[in-house]
Design a protein around this ligand. Structure first.
Ligand SMILES: [Zn+2]
Length: 286
């Protein structure tokens, strides 16, 4: 095993874990209930991206969207994040910028009031993002926004407002990626020592349409119960990374202060340290 000798530092997830797994599911359809049940069985966490003006009877034909009450009952007590997906699921690049802003703001106002919580995440409806839309998302106060562009990578997002997922659940490489993710040991590597994020997205109604609920069931089972994986919602990961990035270091890199309210974990010279909010830690000398 390679022992890190020098002062390079690596973010570790809560309790020193090297990996995180998260999910992102769109549109708020009735099949989300079955997906939530599967996530619950395997203690997985994710984010559900919801519209807020598509509750009429006609919208039921649109992949089984739920009405207002059903939406509330499905997500109010679920241990998952709810996030923005536009009020009406329109192409945000096919309306004026003020209308795009209104789509996101109305969506956020509704979700926050209905669910009595702060909503800061988003998934872009369709594939429209970038340019002015990015500004609209930012001004509406979203801190991250997911695209549908697969990276097939486990790197942490470089740009949270164009957050690219690892892959869609229907990707032919899903289980190959799962094997790679599960067998990786960043803490034993010389160069590939960075923390890893596996980010899967999709629509739960696709499992009904394709008759393949076993796919997500098998994936959930395979990924669950691992000591080195943090199972978290999108916003939990965002907040954690932000807290880690707020760490303040002395010039020699041997002392760090955590100005945030969250405890964060850091690895240096093969040792993992927990740094509580408001505390300073001096790393052990080599
Ligand atoms: Zn959608």
């Amino acid at each position: 095993m390679f022992i890190q000798m020098h002062s390079e530092k690596f973010m570790r997830f809560p309790e020193g874990r090297t990996k995180a797994l998260t999910f992102s599911y769109d549109d708020g359809t009735a099949s989300d209930k079955r997906l939530i049940e599967i996530f619950g069985r395997y203690a997985l966490k994710g984010t559900f991206n919801l519209n807020s003006l598509l509750f009429s009877e006609e919208c039921r034909d649109w992949h089984g969207r739920m009405d207002e009450d059903e939406t509330y009952e499905t997500f109010a007590d679920a241990p998952h994040e709810i996030a923005l997906h536009g009020a009406r699921h329109i192409f945000l690049d096919r309306v004026s910028l003020p209308e795009a802003v209104n789509e996101i703001v109305q969506n956020r106002v509704w979700l926050e009031n209905k669910f009595n919580r702060i909503v800061r995440g988003m998934a872009y409806p369709y594939r429209a993002y970038g340019g002015e839309i990015r500004e609209a998302v930012k001004f509406a106060g979203a801190v991250y926004a997911r695209t549908t562009d697969s990276t097939h990578s486990f790197a942490l997002p470089g740009d949270w407002l164009e957050l690219n997922p690892t892959c869609h659940h229907g990707d032919s490489r899903l289980f190959e990626l799962a094997d790679r993710f599960l067998s990786a040991r960043p803490e034993r590597e010389l160069k590939e020592r960075d923390p890893m994020l596996f980010y899967v997205w999709g629509h739960s109604y696709e499992f009904d349409g394709n008759g393949n609920w076993d796919l997500i069931e098998n994936f959930a089972k395979r990924m669950s119960g691992r000591k080195d994986i943090w199972y978290a919602t999108n916003i939990q990961i965002y907040d954690y990374v932000r807290a880690y990035k707020s760490l303040v270091f002395s010039i020699d890199g041997e002392r760090t202060f955590n100005p945030s309210a969250l405890p964060v974990w850091i690895e240096i010279r093969g040792r993992v340290y927990r740094i509580d909010g408001g505390k300073t830690v001096i790393f052990e000398k080599p």
